[in-house]
Design a protein around this ligand. Structure first.
Ligand code: 5CA
Length: 446
């Protein structure tokens, strides 16, 4: 993309009502525009990152055998009357009435609807295990929407639902979700710690939240800091092997890590003092096992291998897709702007032309742009007639992890400059070497 033809409405002054750094940076970098309290338009740069995050979520869900579908945002109230949640959900639910005076609601989550789909089409244990998920907009009429996309009213969520014949199989699905979530967050450059949590209006006994440590997080967290060093890395985990999956979950949940809702002072006191940490975190996902809470009242039953009709065991599993943009920026920025991890960056590299209109510089930039594209790498080329300082400031603000700087002086010596946004370190090399280096870097971030 050439910046002269792009739509990147950067702001000079951050609006005064944006309280936290991620919200300020998303507005300054022209990523979002607020349309009403907690409701945002996604401008091109923000939308590009949002789609990147969605793509990673899809890839990691499909990797472990979960199946995507798409349910609507509007749901009939009658489904929620069956589960008893229509009245229980309270003022957070946005209720609508259509022209035929039928009650609808803008879905805050989809347990009822997915249970309806399941009961209509599945009747035998032979069709299990089954996990269906979608990425769809949700609406929760939060009393205090704030911090930009972090606590919106309309927000994008990945929500998945497992159907299993018994509790043991459903707990395997729970563990499989935990492992796939760990991989999902790692690919986004995040350390998200699974913490035992409270189930709230979703219900159920077993639940973990995934928290990204950040001073601006809304949850208070208590943890053994050795948990922050755990990494899944490139290891292969057989997601169909319950013991292997459980072993990974145990590794990630045996050290103390809890939110204030489930915090236990006596257990926390057992953590060696040097590792005992209290901090704040951003909840970027939550997994639940709730057994037959929805399948029983809604009649989602299967015939098991004994010929008996039994309600299916279920769980639901959510990732805050739009919230993740805020969480990633909270975890990765400096005083000049955003620093995108390679896995989610909107463009792989920025190209800054120090002397637009200079024949050699223009040609070298066009050459780099094409050579990157040939390797499957996207570039944002600043081809405007601006001063170098202004171009650098824009690149730093929008946070592309790698910048190529091209100018007549370097070209005379046959080199361009490759700069790492995170460390600020620059290296001069031939344009070909720079393209090869970027291809190598991104090979590790598919
Ligand atoms: N049905 C379950 C799991 S699918 C569910 O709704 N879980 S949840 O309530 O925990 O939401 C899942 C994730 O959505 C949360 O972990 C959080 O990251 C994100 N989320 C929840 N509320 C908001 C909000 N108001 N704004 C942005 N993201 C939110």
């Amino acid at each position: 993309m050439r910046l002269s033809r792009y739509f990147l409405p950067v702001l000079k002054e951050p609006p005064s009502d944006a309280q936290i750094v991620s919200h300020r940076l998303m507005l300054r970098a022209g990523m979002i525009r607020q349309q009403a309290a907690g409701i945002y338009s996604w401008l091109p740069l923000g939308y590009r990152v949002l789609r990147r995050i969605e793509a990673i979520v899809h890839e990691e869900q499909e990797r472990v055998g979960h199946i995507p579908l798409l349910m609507p945002t509007l749901q009939p109230a009658d489904l929620w009357r069956e589960s008893g949640r229509y009245d229980a959900y309270g003022a957070e639910m946005l209720r609508v009435r259509d022209r035929h005076k039928r009650d609808l609601l803008y879905g805050p989550t989809n347990e009822e609807m997915i249970t309806d789909i399941f009961r209509a089409h599945v009747g035998s244990y032979r069709d299990l295990p089954l996990t269906l998920y979608h990425i769809q907009w949700k609406f929760r009429d939060e009393i205090r929407p704030r911090f930009g996309v972090m606590r919106g009213r309309e927000f994008l969520m990945k929500d998945g639902y497992n159907f299993d014949v018994d509790k043991a199989a459903a707990l395997h699905a729970y563990n499989r979700h935990m492992v796939s979530y760990l991989r999902t967050y790692e690919r986004m450059g995040l350390t998200a710690i699974p913490m035992r949590a409270d189930s709230g209006p979703i219900g159920g006994d077993d639940t973990h939240e995934f928290l990204v440590l950040a001073q601006t997080g809304e949850s208070e967290v208590f943890y053994d800091d050795r948990v922050t060093a755990l990494k899944l890395g490139a290891r292969a985990v057989d997601h169909d092997d319950p013991a292997a999956v459980k072993a990974v979950c145990e590794e990630f949940t045996s050290l103390y890590a809890r939110t204030d809702e489930t915090h236990d002072e006596a257990a926390f006191a057992q953590v060696p003092q040097a590792h005992r940490k209290v901090g704040r975190g951003i909840e970027v996902g939550q997994i639940f096992y709730f057994g037959t809470k929805y399948s029983e009242p809604m009649g989602a039953v299967v015939v098991n291998d004994q010929g008996e009709r039994v309600p299916v065991h279920m769980g639901s599993h959510g990732i805050g897709v739009s919230r993740l943009l805020g969480a990633i920026i909270e975890a990765s920025h400096d005083e000049r702007g955003i620093i995108w991890p390679e896995g989610v960056t909107p463009y792989h590299a920025g190209i800054v032309n120090l002397k637009q209109g200079d024949g050699a510089a223009d040609a070298a930039c066009e050459g780099l742009y094409a050579a990157l594209a040939a390797k499957g790498l996207s570039a944002l080329y600043d081809d405007r007639g601006e001063r170098a300082g202004a171009k650098f400031a824009t690149m730093d603000l929008i946070g592309l992890p790698w910048r190529l700087t091209v100018g007549p002086r370097g070209l005379a010596a046959g080199v361009v400059e490759l700069t790492c946004r995170r460390t600020g370190e620059s290296e001069e090399m031939s344009p070909e070497a720079a393209v090869d280096r970027l291809a190598q870097i991104y090979a590790a971030h598919p």
